[in-house]
Design a protein around this ligand. Structure first.
Ligand SMILES: [Mg+2]
Length: 351
């Protein structure tokens, strides 16, 4: 059985800002566009209610919703958070095709045998992303990339949906034809001119009707309208992060004990960077408490590095900053990771 999952983070940049700044939660937040000529990079769902969309000029967004809060984008931070999201994907499969900073296809054909398996994996992934990163994702699953992507979008935000092969036509047919990947505004308007408004109408139209509008591509468009798509998930074999994790037999109650393990793990990460000829731009710390709440913190370094001491120090600082606000320390899992991997410390060739 072919099982493809499309995962898309919900309003990613805006959600990260709302997660990090509780005063922004529940309010219309626009990332980017702080200058008069800027454009909107992302809008929270509260802002979308006013019609604000990404790529819209900031001036238009301001008119639509004068009370919207404009936040400057923190792209290095979003990249670090994204590395954490992709790390969650990597626990399920190696076959991951990243489409953008907050979107990927996963091929789960090897591990999935029934629809129940697939839904369980999707639910678990959403749960992991929510508990570890405090973010929500929409997950669409199907036998093809085409349908999986339309599915994740259909059930947004916080969605989880599986479209079995036998339901594909029922799912696609009522959608506006412009939703079909590859149908841009000009193709859509040609189709509208010949009376084709939905994907179902495109699928069922005689080829003679379509050819004048679509030319040689008519057959390909019709196949797409029927949900036929055998494109493979192209996993980039490139490594995005390196991490070490230890689940403890007994909970640790002192910062000293935690720091000892961090030293060990950070040393191992540095060792593996050296073996692979890589340098890291970002360090991550993960701590799970006895109550199973998981905290992840990351810090972007001034420069890419792999020196054990310089990798360890910022992680220790993250742990100390965390400990300062704990009334009682009780930790049962510790993880240290590095991401933003580059081959040269002073060049911008992110892997
Ligand atoms: Mg998204």
């Amino acid at each position: 059985m072919r099982a493809i999952m499309h995962v898309d983070m919900d309003a990613f940049f805006a959600s990260v800002e709302q997660r990090d700044h509780p005063d922004l939660r529940g309010r219309p937040v626009v990332v980017g566009g702080s200058s008069q000529r800027g454009v909107v990079a992302a809008a929270s769902y509260e802002a979308r209610k006013f019609g604000i969309r990404s790529a819209m000029p900031a001036a238009v967004a301001r008119k639509l919703c004068p009370e919207a809060i404009f936040v400057k984008g923190r792209h290095a931070h979003y990249r670090a958070v994204s590395a954490g999201v992709f790390e969650c994907f990597a626990r399920i499969t190696d076959c991951i095709e990243g489409i953008s900073i907050d979107e990927a296809y996963l091929d789960l054909s090897q591990q999935v045998h029934t629809q129940a398996d697939m839904l369980a994996i999707g639910r678990q992934l959403k749960q992991t992303i929510s508990s570890e990163l405090g973010l929500s994702a929409s997950v669409g699953m199907a036998g093809s990339k085409l349908v999986a992507k339309l599915a994740s979008d259909y059930d947004k935000p916080d969605g989880l949906i599986w479209i079995p092969d036998e339901a594909v036509q029922r799912f696609l047919d009522p959608m506006p034809v412009s939703r079909l990947p590859g149908v841009g505004p000009s193709t859509a308007s040609k189709l509208h001119d010949i009376g084709i408004l939905t994907i179902g109408q495109l699928r069922l139209s005689p080829l003679e009707l379509l050819t004048p509008a679509l030319g040689n591509h008519a057959v390909a468009y019709q196949a797409r309208a029927a949900g036929l798509d055998d494109r493979a998930v192209k996993s980039e074999r490139k490594r995005r992060s390196i991490s070490q994790e230890t689940t403890l037999n007994e909970e640790l109650h002192t910062l000293d004990d935690i720091e000892r393990i961090i030293h060990q793990q950070a040393g191992q990460c540095a060792e593996r960077l050296l073996q692979k000829g890589l340098f890291a731009r970002t360090v991550h710390l993960k701590l799970r408490s006895a109550g199973f709440s998981t905290l992840t913190r990351s810090r972007t370094l001034d420069a890419a590095m792999r020196d054990p001491e310089r990798i360890t120090k910022p992680v220790i600082e993250l742990a100390r900053a965390w400990a300062r606000y704990q009334t009682r320390i009780s930790v049962r899992l510790i993880g240290v990771g590095v991401s933003g991997l580059v081959q040269h410390p002073d060049r911008d060739d992110l892997l």
